[in-house]
Ligand binder design. Sequence first.
Ligand code: BG6
Length: 255
Amino acid sequence: PLIKDLFGLTDLEVRLARRLGLKKVVIVPGDADQSDWVKKEMGRSGARLLRQMARPDQVVAVTGGTTVAALAEMMTPTPSLKSTMFVPARGGLGEAVELESNYIASLMAKKTGGDYRLMHVPDQLSDEAREMLLREPHIQEVMELLRKARIVVHGIGEATKMAIRRKSSPDEVAHIQHSGAVGEAFGYYLNSSGEIVSRVRTVGLQLEDLGEIESIIAIAGGRSKAQAIAAVCPAVGNDVLITDEAAARAILEET
Ligand code: BG6
């Protein structure tokens, strides 16, 4: 806390929380765009927060990405996390395997001694295929768990960058760019007013389901994500944001 005050980060946390309508903001010093160490520190703060919030026998839903992965890496066994069930928030979104929510849910379970379920769903489902998959018993089991989720942890990405990372076709990337999308979370692409302009069709939590969940924690930093964070957090209805100083200052000054 002392170090934070020296950097003026406590004041920044309060201002950013007010600006984005969040219950709580945690800011680590630095810029994740410049140094991987900053992402690790965000992960450490996130892991600490989850440990403090944990209740026995809870369900925690997670999305993918390098930042949520950094949080997973920092998790340690505690009694409440040992009885936690970790589940992927959404099915395939086109990520590399080590960045997939499935893998991250299993990593969290491994680090904490908790349990996990996987959701084996391919990316980019047709409506028909999705309807069929939703009738599969193993998908239904995960959907049931998701309905009981107490906490959701998710990353936030820059829209175009995420579309490219997901190997969307050039047409889809162009569509996302022209739609004015700046941010992405849960496979939804949002413009700077927080409106959904595009989405990846898959099973799992939909944006409208998030209202039922007790705590929604976003973890995202780096100056380049300022616009994305400013668009996503109010739209998702986040309670907590874990970010870094560079993103925080850019959001307050530029968005
Ligand atoms: C993806 C999630 O896996 O990670 C996205 O599906 C999120 O919703 C993205 O925006 C964030 O990735 P990173 O690596 O920037 O933390």
